[in-house]
Design a protein around this ligand. Structure first.
Ligand code: M6R
Length: 369
């Protein structure tokens, strides 16, 4: 069952190129036109949507945060991402023009079920992005867009996360075309770039010895920080969650721009900090800002572990380690940048002798509120 791997999680990490490829499969034609037949919501309703609310928990909520950056950019529709457990307790503003996207690997997360019921009572349409056919969340939704990651056994989510992000991109591109926000050519180009992602993920997986060695050295670490910006922010949150769940190490993810608003006080000599660096080819000088964050924490003695795009030499002077990932368009980068963080957590937990498939106190699906 584990296919020769030491854990289901180790196997599921390696299955990720396939999970992304399978989630893309059959959802566009040879010309790159999207065909989301499963999205059985009236096109007129989808055109009239004036707000999207993503509801999810844990790792699935970080897929939702990535979706926010992509969907707002492509569709020009405001997107809110809310933890399912908070949603119905704050009297949210939801109506018939709201599209709710409920993201769940298991389809049985009670917080998300209760949140989507509340949204539907207010008249919102709900699309489920789910990995489990016939589970409660897609059954109770107006439409389901399934992720085709295959069964995920390990408690910590990995391949389902990449498949969720992929499904969110497809949904965003579909809505962009439907609403006429983007020209077909642009959408086709992004679809082409998406098709190239499984090979890029494979390339990351083929070069992970450096991360594994580092994780083994760091088995005694007591605290690790993760910094990211733009779509690197949810990746930082996910890196921290993986490390908490699997290795029981205190870990926090921050938006890199928030560093000076508080978290920099945590930096002391030897503090391990992962930094997810945006592409130097991106707009808005974000790359330079994150490089300057690395410089600041390096000057305070932090051990900086930098995840950067191949060819990015600007980070080298301030990095204790640089982990390179293939070049990707900015919005698609999470599919490659999160992989070293998953492997780091899995390897470190394994080095500590922990059961990575069944971390203490956790269940694969959380069926109570
Ligand atoms: O099945 P779901 O996607 O609804 O689960 C949501 C969270 O419980 C889940 O992602 C959890 O955070 C994982 N253990 C993360 O690895």
């Amino acid at each position: 069952e584990k296919g020769g791997y030491s854990s289901f999680m180790a196997k599921e990490i390696m299955d990720q190129p396939q999970a992304v490829a399978d989630t893309l499969l059959g959802r566009y034609d040879v010309e790159g036109n999207l065909t989301l037949d499963e999205l059985r919501i009236d096109e007129a309703v989808l055109r009239s949507v004036d707000k999207i609310v993503v509801l999810a928990a844990g790792t699935s909520s970080y897929a939702g945060m990535v979706a926010k950056y992509a969907i707002e950019h492509w569709c020009r529709i405001p997107v809110e991402v809310e933890l399912s457990s908070e949603f119905r307790y704050r009297d949210p503003v939801v109506n018939a023009r709201t599209l709710v996207v409920a993201i769940s690997q298991s389809g049985e997360t009670m917080d998300t079920i209760m949140a989507l019921r509340h949204a539907r009572e207010q008249g919102a349409k709900v699309v489920a992005i789910c990995n489990t056919h016939g589970s409660t969340i897609p059954r109770e939704s107006d439409a389901a867009l399934y992720t085709h990651a295959g069964p995920e056994i390990a408690v910590a989510s990995t391949k389902a996360f990449l498949a969720q992000i992929t499904a969110c991109y497809l949904l965003g591109l579909y809505l962009a075309r439907l609403r006429g926000n983007k020209f077909d050519d642009e959408i086709r180009e992004i679809v082409g770039q998406l098709q190239a992602m499984p090979d890029k993920i494979q390339k990351v997986l083929d070069g992970l010895e450096q991360v594994r060695t580092m994780a083994r050295w760091m088995a005694d670490t007591r605290s690790v920080l993760f910094l990211g910006r733009h779509v690197g922010f949810p990746v930082a949150m996910e890196g921290a969650l993986k490390l908490k769940e699997l290795a029981y190490i205190h870990a926090e993810g921050f938006a890199a721009g928030e560093l000076k608003h508080g978290p920099i006080a945590l930096i002391e000599p030897g503090q391990a900090v992962f930094v997810i660096v945006p592409s130097p080819r991106g707009r808005d000088s974000l790359h330079a800002k994150v490089v300057s964050n690395i410089q600041e924490i390096n000057a305070r003695g932090a051990r900086t572990i930098v995840i950067a795009e191949e060819g990015d030499t600007d980070v080298v002077p301030y990095a204790s380690e640089v982990i390179y990932v293939p070049q990707t368009p900015t919005l698609l980068a999470p599919l490659v940048t999160v992989v070293p963080l998953q492997v780091f957590a899995c390897e470190l937990a394994t080095a500590k002798g922990l059961d990575v498939d069944q971390p203490r106190n956790l269940a694969k699906s959380v069926t109570v509120e």
